[in-house]
Ligand binder design. Structure first.
Ligand code: ZN
Length: 267
């Protein structure tokens, strides 16, 4: 676990605490691009106060200066972003979940029990969902080409994840058909934002924004590769590969105009 604290230049303060929970085997990461050009209005008087990064210091300054009509300095705003992953569902895991449910569906609850509170307590929770949820169109499968039951997605929603990243090396394990089925499943869960795999260019350009305590965060998912599997050349679907630096730069620049913080899930 690591924590980030960023002292801002303006009076509106972001304190972003990042908690990373690892539950799988692949290597991924979250990258934060903090933007100092706050979207909230800055008042001229408070912007001139060098002590504005500390509310305690600001209070002392305002009480000792005659200009008591100055507007009060805004209190720091703090959010926690939790990153979890990789959620890599081997066949032993879904077989256990099936047994637990007595063969009627799947019970994944115990798998996440020890991190459930952390996920709920974070203001924004992001998970790298390493396997596709294409059980409606292809048989369940473990290593090496995974396919997980949609009930796993239900569990992620119940846990309180806000962002689901599918940009990883297993996203094409069940080919385009599996990716399409996965996105179709997530379309029935409007409480979560899905990143890293997109239906088409317009979907990819629609950068996902999640807001907490007035702080807007933008989310983009990038993967290095997809285990030698590729979308058909004429496919409308989109995956952002790490070597497409021009696209990534452009999307990040766009995201910065839309949000206070840009969160990149890199796999
Ligand atoms: Zn992976």
């Amino acid at each position: 676990m690591s924590r980030y604290r960023k002292a801002p230049k303006g009076p509106v303060i972001f304190r972003i605490a990042l908690a990373v929970v690892l539950v799988g085997a692949c290597v991924g990461g979250l990258v934060f691009a903090l933007q100092n050009t706050n979207r909230l209005p800055l008042s001229a008087s408070s912007a001139q106060q060098p002590e504005s990064s500390s509310s305690a210091a600001s209070t002392a300054v305002s009480s000792s200066t005659p200009e008591s009509s100055e507007p009060p300095v805004q209190k720091p705003v703090s959010i926690t972003i939790l990153g979890a992953g990789d959620d890599l569902i081997h066949d032993t895991i879904y077989k256990q979940a099936s047994q637990r449910a007595g063969g009627k569906g799947f019970d994944f609850t115990p798998v996440y029990a020890r991190i459930a509170d952390d996920i709920k307590n974070a203001d924004i929770s992001v998970v790298n969902q390493e396997t596709v949820l294409a059980s409606k169109v292809a048989p369940l499968s473990g290593y090496p080409r995974f396919n997980s039951p949609v009930e796993l997605g239900d569990e992620l929603v119940n846990l309180g994840f806000d962002v689901i990243n599918h940009a990883n090396n297993h996203v094409l394990d069940q080919n385009q058909k599996g990716l399409a089925a996965t996105l179709d499943y997530w379309a029935t869960k409007p409480s979560v934002k899905v990143i890293g795999a997109y239906r088409n260019d317009a979907d990819m350009e629609n950068i996902r924004i999640v807001e907490a305590k007035g702080i807007k965060t933008a989310h983009i998912g990038i993967t290095e590769m997809t285990n030698g599997l590729y979308l058909p050349k004429d496919s409308p679907y989109r995956i952002i590969y790490a070597d497409n630096t021009q696209l990534i730069e452009r999307l990040i620049k766009k995201a910065k105009t839309m949000a206070d913080v840009v969160v990149i899930s890199v796999h």
